[in-house]
Design a protein around this ligand. Structure first.
Ligand code: HDL
Ligand code: ZN
Length: 410
């Protein structure tokens, strides 16, 4: 059996990864039938909250309220001038916009956004979804569906014919965090709940979960938790909600739970969505959840670089933990490289290397273009090390390995 020569590994891995239609297990993009919750086009791309954080660093005298009072187009024009014209757009978020423009045949050297805007005027949402999926090499995305979102809920209540490329995911932190903040909406939706986590309320929340998992055809449930999350914590409503509703419903439905831990929300409220920061997590709490709910698959992604090493070690101890993606502040080339190397070294192929976390449809293009390159670099290095031992490697070995990691069915 002839193996691949070491000198052609990187080209071969890159080609196979490029030609493989991947699955994106965490995004904030939506079936176009859901209407305005699907963000796309140059103004959404340039006003991505990552770039809003960066424009305030370029223009520290900018007033938060004045910025938010501007139209989205004016915000985009300001960001374009400050981050793309007056200085080199070298940050990962800036580079991402350029990668998308380049892929669409738009001019990344343009002095304004007029040309880009006229291109997008000719697009329809559905047609552009097809274009972006093709350019990204993505066959399926998992959404982040929040019934508490007044923009998203009506589309689901009305009902629509699903685009099978958009998989449902029930997101629960907007319902659970700062309980009983969501009680009014739950009651307005007809659920018999009260602030006290009584048997009646627990039953009402489980009905909410089941009703919406049915409506979404949810493939997993997700919850984002702060670095302060501790489990079990007998004084915390979150422990009760997780123990008595989230996990029992996941077990009953036989679906995974995604734990996304480490975001410190709104450390700077003036930045709104761009105002969140990061904190290291308590890995023991994840180990206790993995122990108490040993039959539930835990998809885990953490926001702090330091926590990622602990997660790799903990994943070796708990077969029901699957680390997924380089999330948010970790979705940068230098950190994707480090984390992916560590995961191959500690977990072999037993993890999901990446998710895009795309908030704007167009971002699928850049987040996957950038990640494919780095993951191919790291995979090729690991394969080369393996060949040095005399072990042979074929193209079908590589394809099998890539499908094992990326062709995720949840
Ligand atoms: O909680 C999450 O899913 C995060 O991804 C947030 O949406 C965050 O604002 C984000 O977009 N990160 O990329
Ligand atoms: Zn996200």
């Amino acid at each position: 059996m002839a193996g691949i020569d070491k000198s052609s590994i990187r080209e071969t891995v890159g080609r196979i990864l490029q030609d493989t239609q991947l699955v994106d297990v965490h995004t904030h993009v939506y079936d176009p039938e859901l209407g305005p919750v699907l963000l796309w086009g140059i103004d959404e791309l340039v006003t991505y909250h990552y770039l809003i954080a960066e424009v305030f660093r370029a223009r520290p005298e900018l007033d938060y309220d004045k910025f938010w009072a501007m139209s989205k187009q004016d915000q985009a024009d300001l960001i374009w001038q400050e981050l793309f014209v007056k200085r080199s757009p070298i940050s990962e978020a800036c580079r991402g916009v350029l990668t998308v423009m380049h892929a669409l045949g738009l001019d990344p050297n343009a002095s304004d956004l007029k040309g880009a805007r006229s291109f997008f005027k000719e697009q329809t949402a559905r047609g552009y979804v097809d274009k972006v999926f093709k350019l990204s090499g993505i066959k399926k995305v998992y959404m982040t569906n929040d019934p508490m979102d007044d923009m998203e809920r009506p589309g689901w209540e009305k009902g629509f014919e699903r685009d099978e490329r958009f998989m449902g995911v029930l997101r629960l932190d907007p319902t659970f965090m700062e309980w009983p903040k969501s009680i009014g909406k739950l009651q307005a939706m007809g659920y018999d709940v009260e602030p006290a986590l009584s048997g009646k309320t627990i039953a009402g929340i489980r009905k909410y979960i089941n009703d919406w998992c049915d409506r979404l055809d949810a493939r997993y449930m997700a919850i984002s938790l702060p670095p302060t999350f501790r489990y079990p914590d007998k004084n915390s409503t979150m422990t009760t909600l997780v123990e008595k509703t989230l996990f029992p419903s996941a077990v009953e439905r036989g679906i995974p739970v995604a734990l996304m831990i480490g975001a410190r929300r709104l450390v700077n409220p003036g930045l709104r969505l761009a105002g969140d920061a990061v904190g290291k997590v308590n890995i023991e709490s994840i180990e206790r959840l993995a122990t108490d709910f040993a039959d539930t698959r835990l998809l885990v992604t953490l926001l702090s670089r330091e926590s990622m090493h602990e997660l790799c070690v903990t994943s070796r101890k708990f077969k029901n933990i699957t680390p997924f993606g380089c999330w948010w502040f970790l979705n940068n080339p230098s950190l994707i490289r480090e984390i992916t190397s560590m995961r191959f070294e500690l977990l072999g192929l037993g993890f999901i290397p990446q998710h895009s976390d795309a908030r704007v449809l167009d971002q699928l293009i850049y987040k996957w273009t950038h990640s494919r390159r780095i993951i191919a670099d790291v995979m090729a290095e690991k394969y080369a090390d393996m060949l040095d031992t005399g072990r042979l490697l074929t193209e079908s070995d590589i394809k099998k390995d890539i499908d094992l990691m990326f062709d995720v069915t949840l």
